[in-house]
Design a protein around this ligand. Structure first.
Ligand code: UDP
Length: 382
């Protein structure tokens, strides 16, 4: 290949942000991705039968409290005023999620105010004796007490992770707020919304630059491709956002990931479930959640007699499956430490993004960390 000034491997939000910033700095950037579309797991496509925007890899909600990230993304798209709300079905009854005063009062068939509810939950979390929660199990109990934990978190988490919750990091559950008000928004962030004309239009604008060359269907590990590891590393700086273990040929063993089975269906109704996302807390219901995409854009003129849903199930990723969530058991963390050492020694290659750092990153986190990499690690590139 004609080596450009820099090669970005992976066209997810991390890679797109790095590419856009470096092109703006005057560098020629080649972006490669083995998929046929840009945007990583945030990609979406308009369903040809209904015109409904379907989030190909499950619902992606943009939210951030980071002003720099918010200003940055607004250069490429405007956002709707959509605020995400989720419900969960438990034993044949629907509750608001995340756990808030409405969930608590419905669950206990009570009419407590915030102080009474706090006191009750504190009592039900007392088994921890004020100890710092060491894992997801303890964190869940400390946040909402055992009865609510067992109803809304234990079964869902068992389906989502199939891993003993005592081996999972507390941070997984810290993502969800617990509120002693009736505010049932899923996110606490200052800014939230969905790209007005869709994720695809947003991402296309990020790479619509004469210095950016995007090559899709190009696997960086395939030596028959013009842009591949052997041809590029050492010739040009590389920003690698693919799986870090794959980059080092699994030298320290594979890092465990969860993958999702997503089953899409068009139904002949204008509304299937009344909300964008319905979680299923019961362990004996195989789905973790069902998405209904029309509800993400109430402002759009979508058909009144058809809707698109997506049933989501979770399982361990096998070789060849799409990695979604890092499992992060102690064994994974030990292997990751080795990969981090190898990555630090790998001259001219910068590892970033969810797959490159084995960290679950929301969209705004991927963008924020890409901006930081451009400022720091990549500051010396021309
Ligand atoms: N979670 C849960 N019950 C729910 C929703 C979430 O126990 O109804 C837990 C579960 O462990 C999950 C974590 O909270 O993995 C994070 O959920 P979130 O909805 O943030 O996950 P994402 O949408 O990113 O997959």
């Amino acid at each position: 290949m004609n080596v450009s000034d820099v090669v970005v491997v992976g066209a997810g939000l991390f890679g797109l942000t790095v590419a856009e910033r470096l092109a703006d700095r005057g560098m020629d950037v080649t972006v490669v991705d083995r998929r046929a579309e840009i945007g990583g797991n945030a990609a979406s496509a308009f369903c040809p039968r209904t015109g409904i925007e379907v989030h190909t890899y499950g619902s992606h909600l943009f939210h951030t409290s980071n002003e720099r990230v918010w200003a940055y993304v607004n250069r490429f798209t405007t956002f709707t005023s959509y605020e995400h709300r989720v419900w969960t079905t438990y034993r044949g009854e629907v509750f608001p999620m995340p756990i808030n005063l409405g969930t608590i009062n419905q669950f206990f068939r009570s009419a407590m105010g915030p102080d009474a509810a706090r006191a009750l939950i504190a009592e039900q979390a007392a088994e921890l004796d004020g100890r710092e929660p060491a894992n997801l199990d303890e964190k869940g109990i400390s946040l909402v007490g055992r009865p609510l934990y067992e109803a809304f978190i234990r079964g869902y988490t068992a389906k989502q992770w199939q891993t003993d919750p005592r081996l999972l990091p507390a941070s997984i559950i810290s993502r969800l707020p617990v509120r002693y008000t009736y505010d049932n928004r899923y996110f606490d962030d200052t800014h939230q919304g969905l790209p007005t004309d869709g994720y695809g239009a947003w991402f296309a604008r990020m790479v619509d630059h004469p210095r950016i060359d995007v090559r899709l269907g190009c696997d960086f590990f395939d030596p028959t491709q013009p842009v591949h590891r052997g041809a590029v590393v050492g010739q040009a700086p590389v920003v690698f956002t693919g799986p870090v273990d794959q980059y080092f040929d699994l030298a320290a063993g594979p890092l465990a990931w969860r993958t999702l089975d997503l089953q899409q269906e068009v139904l002949p109704t204008g509304d299937h479930q009344g909300a964008a996302v319905m979680n299923y807390a019961d362990e004996d219901v195989p789905e973790t959640r069902v998405h209904e995409f029309r509800h993400l854009h109430p402002e759009r003129a979508y058909p009144k007699d058809a809707t698109v849903i997506m049933r989501e199930r979770s399982r361990f990723a096998e070789p060849g499956d799409e990695p979604y969530y890092p499992v992060n058991t102690p064994e994974d963390r030990a292997r990751l430490a080795t990969y981090r050492e190898l990555a630090a020694q790998e001259q001219g290659v910068h590892f970033g993004g969810r797959l490159g750092t084995y960290k679950y990153l929301d969209m705004h986190m991927a963008i924020g960390s890409a901006l930081t990499m451009v400022d720091n690690q990549l500051a010396d590139l021309p």
